[in-house]
Design a protein around this ligand. Structure first.
Ligand code: NAD
Ligand code: GLY
Length: 392
């Protein structure tokens, strides 16, 4: 049974908040605010929002509805591009589009240059807005392009995967990959707004839903034991695509992420680094296997199980809690068996991790369910955890 307890801040700020579920083509579930002083922005969560001119009017800087460049890919643009272009067109915006090849293997300099080529050849000026329409790959790249072009132009995130709706579209981390490491070239650059239209999840393949669930589970593990319990009770509904369960999980995830980002936007105090639970091992798997072989969320899911085992072996997570973490990752449909590389290969990939300090790799470890910390661990102990994870 679904637990509907909404223990979170819902701020009904937008007129569409007044609409009632099921009575029209659009419905606003909730607005979550990311509080960053003069760079604060709303995350609008609802259904049918993509095609709503009112939403777009509010997302674009007042007095600048002029030029909008929609950056998407060859999968998402045919599905949802026209809705966005029509809504923007109805406001009198002059629109154009950049359609990039699909996939993590294209999160690179060549794709970034395609965006810049378009912006330059179309004489796009500083008053323009970039719209990122797609999953985390498009959001990270379009955001980075917006951060760099003429030293920064406005951008709006329109995440279309579960993973991007609960994580990558919020918080302003933008980047491309380098062959030697994930997200190594990028910038912190906040969007003006995040528009989450849950109806787009209906076309998302089940494997991508599971990938998104990995980042949702992450929030429960590191910061919120109640949310972890809720996820245990509702995982079946989430995997089945139940709209109410997904709405709650998306709202809760965005609220947790917004709080962390407001407290530590640039990952300087260590709080935001906690959001990298599972990512140290996960990024090694993604880069080592070749970008795209494992989905980001799959690598994070497996990486969380590895980090939980390391926490358990260090004596700071009890065995029953470790088993609950692994069971939840498994029920989300995520892989648990890491690649059978020598442990040293993991350490070599992880040496590029952005959390490393003074030559030491630092890990996000659990101190119980809903509690976590960032700390270095001796390589010999990490090797033991990797080898134990590989044995299953
Ligand atoms: P993705 O962007 O590759 O999207 C997954 C697949 O789903 C793609 O094939 C895409 O074309 C397709 N797709 C997207 N929306 C769809 C829809 N509605 N219907 C059908 N197909 C759809 O992958 P992702 O999981 O969204 O994002 C992963 C990326 O996000 C990684 O590069 C990761 O590093 C990044 N990330 C960034 C942050 C951050 O804070 N910036 C956080 C987490 C992850
Ligand atoms: N996804 C990790 C972060 O945004 O910090």
């Amino acid at each position: 049974m679904l637990s509907k307890t909404l223990n979170m801040t819902q701020t009904p700020q937008h007129p569409l908040d007044k609409t009632v579920a099921g009575t029209g083509p659009h419905h606003m579930h909730a607005t979550v605010q990311v509080g960053l002083a003069d760079r604060s922005y709303p995350i609008w969560i609802g259904e049918g929002l993509l095609g709503q001119p009112d939403i777009w009017r509010d997302a674009l800087r007042a007095g600048r509805p002029g030029r909008v460049v929609v950056v998407s890919n060859e999968v998402v643009m045919p599905l949802y591009g026209q809705r966005v272009l029509d809504a923007l067109g109805s406001l009198g915006c002059q629109t154009s589009q950049v359609v990039l090849p699909d996939g993590e293997s294209h999160k690179d300099m060549a794709s970034l240059m395609k965006i810049f080529d378009h912006l330059m050849s179309e004489h796009v000026d500083r008053s323009a807005t970039v719209v990122a329409l797609g999953g985390g790959v498009i959001g990270d790249m379009a955001g980075f392009a917006a951060a760099c072009y003429q030293r920064g132009i406005d951008f709006v995130q329109v995440p279309t995967t579960l993973l991007s709706q609960v994580d990558s579209s919020v918080g302003g981390k933008t980047a491309i990959n380098h062959p030697l490491g994930k997200n190594m070239i990028g910038a912190f650059y906040q969007p003006r707004a995040v528009i989450i239209d849950m109806t787009v999840l209906k076309t998302l393949p089940p494997r991508e839903v599971s990938a998104g669930l990995a980042e949702i589970i992450k929030y429960g593990c590191i910061l919120d034991a109640d949310f972890f319990n809720w996820l245990e009770a509702n995982m079946q509904a989430l995997v089945a695509g139940d709209a109410d369960a997904l709405a709650y999980a998306i709202q809760k995830s965005c609220q947790i992420k917004a709080q962390v980002v407001a407290a530590d936007e640039r990952e300087s105090s260590g709080q935001r680094a906690l959001l990298n639970f599972g990512h140290t091992f996960g990024h090694a798997i993604e880069a080592g296997m070749g970008y795209g072989a494992w989905l980001h969320g799959e690598a994070v899911g497996c990486g969380m199980a590895m980090a939980a085992l390391l926490s358990c072996q260090l004596g700071q997570l009890d065995v029953p809690s470790f088993k609950r973490v692994v069971a939840l990752i498994d029920r989300a449909g995520l892989p648990l068996q890491p690649p059978a590389w020598p442990a040293q290969a993991y350490l070599d990939w992880m040496a590029h991790d952005k959390k490393s300090a003074a030559g030491a790799i630092r890990y996000i470890l659990l101190k119980g369910l809903g509690q976590s910390e960032l700390r270095p661990v001796e390589d010999a102990l990490v090797r033991l955890a990797i080898e134990a994870s590989q044995k299953g």
